[in-house]
Design a protein around this ligand. Structure first.
Ligand code: FES
Ligand SMILES: [Fe+2]
Length: 403
């Protein structure tokens, strides 16, 4: 049996043993899903190609002529804003002999030129120049239809707010159907009036699935985040609710805090976004987007968090902070308030890093059986593990297996 078949076999055994059992009897994914290099590689090729996955933001390419290379599912891609202000996602590969085109962020460009033989593309992806194509100093013409035919290879993508999601295999269900169950939970939050401030990075010595598991875990607040625990209304403490492939819960804030996490805010409080619903004025929204995104809405800040897999036992948490207005996001007047809020998230992440690493180390125990979930708290985890498994074999919401 080759390595790929072994993964298929492992997942099919997991699905048939636990896919439809009660929440009491189900188990988490087997250890291999968190420690095996082969599993990691297959997961990049399968899960990250079949699902809609986050690739970057429109804020990353704010001006015409901006180009940003990103890597998703082991593929090198480009996010580009062309001269007519349209955003594109392309494979970062030259159509001639396959050289990677861009390796760093670029600004103010009208074209992309391959360093190998200087084929040159415009930012809408059309091939415009092929120097010496027909001999020395004989560049020839590129027929109109060839500009597209040999143009940059586009990637299927869609956006919600600032966030660009891609589907590499082109076969996932329509993006609107995918995202609507979670998007609708945030409909009272006026994201359109929000503006991105800082992006913070944290390296976790754990598999990305364990970090998302932990993000969707309301059970660990007692033990791991005592300060945060003080801000959360008791009646709202339960598992996140599964909404399609995603998960969500709303909870009220208590005590002195009217904004949850923002226990200290400096002298000037951050303004709230215009148009916020009553419900979001005094409550938070904790969510996930399958397969690797965390969300958190508080009255003055919306967090979008990418758990980017770096290795089987390592991931980078990339935290995008969206504030209630452009002023709130960039103005010096609010710098202290932003720093206080962002420092609190950094503290929380420090607390989570340690515990996530322990769940990673725990997977080296051969006798660990995937874990026994707590039905009151872990409904989101149960759903996540099943879906991560489904995606590996092309079942569930994902495209059919076609290998
Ligand atoms: S590989 Fe790009 S121009 Fe030849
Ligand atoms: Fe946590």
């Amino acid at each position: 049996m080759d390595q790929r078949q072994k993964i298929d076999d492992l997942i099919q055994r997991y699905r048939s043993a636990y896919g439809v059992t009660s929440t009491e009897q189900t188990r988490g994914l087997p250890n291999e899903a968190f420690v095996s290099q082969t599993y990691f590689e297959e997961e990049q090729k399968r899960l990250f190609a079949r699902s809609w996955v986050f690739a970057g933001t429109r804020s990353d390419v704010p001006e015409k002529g901006d180009i940003k290379p990103v890597s998703v599912g082991g593929r090198s891609l480009l996010i580009v804003r062309d001269q007519s202000n349209k955003v594109h996602v392309f494979n970062n590969v030259c159509r001639h002999r396959g050289a990677q085109l861009v390796t760093c962020e670029l600004k103010g460009r009208r074209t992309i030129t391959c360093p190998y033989h200087r084929w040159t593309y415009d930012l809408a992806g059309e091939l415009r120049v092929r120097p010496h194509f027909e001999g020395h100093e004989n560049h020839g013409n590129i027929e109109k239809e060839d500009r597209q035919k040999f143009g940059l290879l586009p990637v299927r993508f869609a956006t919600w707010h600032d966030w660009i999601f891609i589907n590499l295999d082109g076969k996932a269900l329509e993006f609107d159907s995918f995202i609507e169950p979670i998007r609708s939970r945030y409909s009272g939050y006026p994201l359109e009036n929000c503006h991105r401030g800082n992006v913070a990075f944290f390296e976790f010595q754990s598999n990305f699935k364990l970090v998302l598991d932990n993000w969707a875990d309301n059970y660990h607040l007692f033990a791991v985040h005592p300060a945060l625990d003080q801000t959360m209304a008791n009646e709202d403490r339960k598992s996140l609710e599964n909404v399609g492939p995603h998960a969500f819960c709303r909870y009220g804030f208590i005590g002195d805090s009217d904004t949850g996490i923002e226990l200290t805010r400096g002298d000037v409080a951050l303004p709230r976004a215009e148009g916020m619903s009553e419900a979001y004025q005094r409550s938070g929204g904790l969510g996930t987007i399958f397969p690797n995104i965390g969300l958190f809405a508080s009255p003055t800040c919306f967090l979008f968090i990418n758990m980017r897999p770096l290795a089987v036992d390592k991931c980078q948490m990339e935290v995008h902070f969206y504030y209630g207005s452009k002023e709130a996001a960039v103005d010096d007047k609010y710098a202290e308030a932003r720093q206080a809020l962002e420092a609190q998230w950094a503290n929380l992440n420090e607390e989570d890093m340690t515990i996530c690493h322990r769940t990673q180390v725990g997977r080296s125990c051969d006798d660990f059986d995937g874990g026994h979930f707590a039905p009151f708290w872990d409904l989101a985890q149960i759903n996540l593990h099943r879906q991560w498994a489904d995606a590996m074999v092309g079942e569930g919401l994902f495209s059919a297996v076609d290998q």
